[in-house]
Ligand binder design. Structure first.
Ligand code: IPE
Ligand code: MG
Length: 232
């Protein structure tokens, strides 16, 4: 979700107003995802590197996150959404962590859309943590080092509980991944959209999904192989 600051700057507003407008996009995209029957939606809301932003911006973002969790609680529960979080959740201030933990627990048995917030999240950091967990498992005797392959290491990632990543969208025109889901994007379709996040609404998202549907995903195979396997 990129471009909140530029959206505000274009209007001569403080950056926080861009984040506030961005929260409305979050609501719209989440609602559309549920209505559209998507299995999972993960939002990169705050990176491990975003802590280095000015303190008042970080505080404002944390307050907006808290407001989102409080305001959306009823909609999440009424619609069977399961709220998840990935990242260094322990680093978040109590005003976010407490409603987040509460809603994660309350929604744990819901079976609709899995809405995951990536908070204090970094892709490299999460791979490093997975490696650390694998080393621990090896030291404890539960894993032989030579058995550690991509599937086994991936199982230690926080995204192991999510379906495989199909589509990654970055808004605002930047063509970078910025430390998001570095492991998980192996065969994801990437989309870089020239719309600032606060302007990105369901119509833009629907276009991305149409674009996604039109792509042939080969996973290292040939088109002919894919055609053969769809015949059987
Ligand atoms: C993304 O918008 C939102 C967060 C990082 C929370 P930015 O704040 O990065 O917006 P730009 O890139 O400055 O326009
Ligand atoms: Mg940005």
């Amino acid at each position: 979700m990129d471009g909140n600051g530029r959206w505000a700057q274009q209007r001569g507003l403080p950056r926080l107003e861009g984040h506030r407008a961005g929260a409305d996009s979050v609501r719209d995209i989440t609602r559309f995802s549920r209505e559209h029957g998507l299995e999972a939606l993960t939002l990169y809301a705050f990176s491990a590197q975003n802590w280095a932003r000015p303190a008042d911006e970080v505080r404002g973002l944390m307050e907006l996150l808290r407001d989102f969790l409080v305001d959306e609680r009823a909609e999440i529960m009424d619609n069977g959404i399961r709220l998840e979080a990935i990242g260094e959740i322990a680093q978040l201030p109590g005003l976010v962590r407490e409603p987040l933990d509460e809603l994660r627990a309350a929604s744990a048995e819901n079976h609709g859309l899995v809405l995951t917030l990536a908070l204090s999240y970094g892709g490299r950091e999460s791979i490093a943590r997975a490696a650390c967990a694998a080393v621990r498992a090896a030291l404890a005797g539960g894993l032989r080092p030579e058995e550690l392959d991509a599937d086994r290491l991936g199982a230690f990632l926080p995204t192991a509980k999510l379906p495989p990543l199909d589509l990654l969208i970055r808004t605002s025109g930047e063509q970078r991944v910025s430390n998001f889901m570095l492991w998980e994007i192996a065969y994801a379709e990437l989309m870089f959209v020239d719309v600032l996040w606060p302007d990105f609404r369901r119509g833009d998202f629907a276009k991305c999904l149409d674009n996604f549907d039109a792509r042939e995903r080969r996973f290292g195979l040939t088109s002919a192989q894919l055609a053969d396997s769809s015949d059987v």
